[in-house]
Design a protein around this ligand. Structure first.
Ligand SMILES: NC(=O)c1ccc[n+]([C@@H]2O[C@H](COP(=O)([O-])OP(=O)(O)OC[C@H]3O[C@@H](n4cnc5c(N)ncnc54)[C@H](O)[C@@H]3O)[C@@H](O)[C@H]2O)c1
Length: 308
């Protein structure tokens, strides 16, 4: 999704692709008319024509590659999750700061129209002060195209870090929140996933609302929605519409446009020398919540996330 999106940004050229799978790299290069093909990301980072990179790798590689890219003076847009450990997150932020490069995380849901509109409405006071956020994503899902997704040491836990990185980020971003206390429970239901595939998380946000996030890959009907409850009303945010009071606000999803907006934000930050919305520093709050949830599931206790 990044490659076609970059084509729409004036003054940007994709000069190299890298994949350890040479055939895959060559196919991408041909499709998008990219001159250089690498199978070792270190070689790509040594290419002087490269000013910025998108890191679209299995989760456990995000930190190593992002840090090396920053040290090579390249701006970095890494896919979510930013990393799978908070310590890695901090290394990435430190490397980007030291090199003076942009570090952004691909929180694509922040670029979807219904979510943008919901956030605007909340900020404009449409439901008063937010007291509670109830978010859930339910599906019956017994497979994923990539093997690494069900290797916990590479994915970090597919539900928590693959999906939770989106969902928890939405909870925090909708209200510009930071996690205070996190309690999470998980069950490994389908052996295919090798990890927790049903997760429930309770969060309280610093000077903010409480939130509950439920995620299941084992529910025979689908649901993907977020109820935001305030002192003066509530709204239900779905993929393409928002319902609140007797109003229904339609916000059709245009996926390619959201990907263009995301890389557009990255390029804007580089050109203007400003921090992008989902900067490494900003997304760290999401990573704190995920780390706290992981510790909570492991130890069976509520975790003081504000101390992380
Ligand atoms: N934002 C979204 O909606 C969204 C959607 C899908 C994936 N993602 C994220 O994108 C990232 C990649 O996921 P994916 O689904 O594209 O995975 P994928 O398995 O389809 O692609 C990963 C690629 O990395 C290559 N690779 C693995 N190790 C490598 C190495 N050492 N050097 C070079 N190349 C290597 C693999 O050969 C493969 O082509 C993940 O962080 C995932 O969570 C985000």
């Amino acid at each position: 999704a990044h490659l076609p999106a970059y084509r729409h940004i004036d003054g940007i050229r994709t000069v190299a692709v890298c994949d350890i799978n040479e055939e895959a790299a060559r196919a991408r290069a041909e499709e998008f008319d990219v001159p250089a093909v690498y199978t070792d990301w270190r070689e790509l980072l040594a290419d002087d024509r490269v000013d910025a990179v998108s890191v679209l790798l299995p989760h456990h590689l995000h930190c190593e590659v992002a840090v090396a890219a920053a040290q090579a003076g390249k701006h970095v847009l890494t896919e979510k999750p930013m990393a799978t450990l908070l310590a890695e997150t901090d290394s990435m932020i430190a490397a980007a700061d030291a090199a003076g490069v942009v570090l952004m995380v691909g929180q694509i849901l922040r670029f979807r129209p219904a979510n943008i509109r919901a956030r605007e409405l909340i900020r404009a006071g449409a439901i008063g002060e937010v007291r509670n956020i109830l978010r859930r994503r339910l599906a019956l899902s017994g497979e994923f195209r990539s093997e690494w997704a069900r290797r916990p040491e590479e994915a970090g836990g597919w539900v928590l870090y693959g999906y939770g990185a989106h969902e928890v980020d939405m909870i925090l971003w909708l209200v510009d929140g930071r996690p205070e206390t996190v309690f999470a429970q998980g069950r490994a239901v389908n052996p295919y996933w090798n990890d927790m595939d049903d997760i429930t998380m309770q969060l309280s946000l610093v000077d903010g609302p409480m939130a509950t996030y439920e995620h299941s890959l084992n529910t025979p009907f689908g649901a993907w929605e977020c109820m935001v409850i305030g002192t003066e009303g509530a709204m239900m945010v779905e993929s393409e519409r928002i319902r609140f009071g007797d109003r229904v606000v339609e916000e059709p999803l245009d996926s390619p446009a959201s990907w263009r907006a995301q890389v557009g934000e990255f390029v804007r930050a580089i050109r203007e020398g400003v921090e992008p919305g989902p900067s490494g520093r900003n997304v760290r709050h999401t990573m704190v919540a995920l780390e706290a949830a992981r510790i909570s599931m492991r130890d069976g206790v509520a975790v003081d996330a504000s101390a992380l």
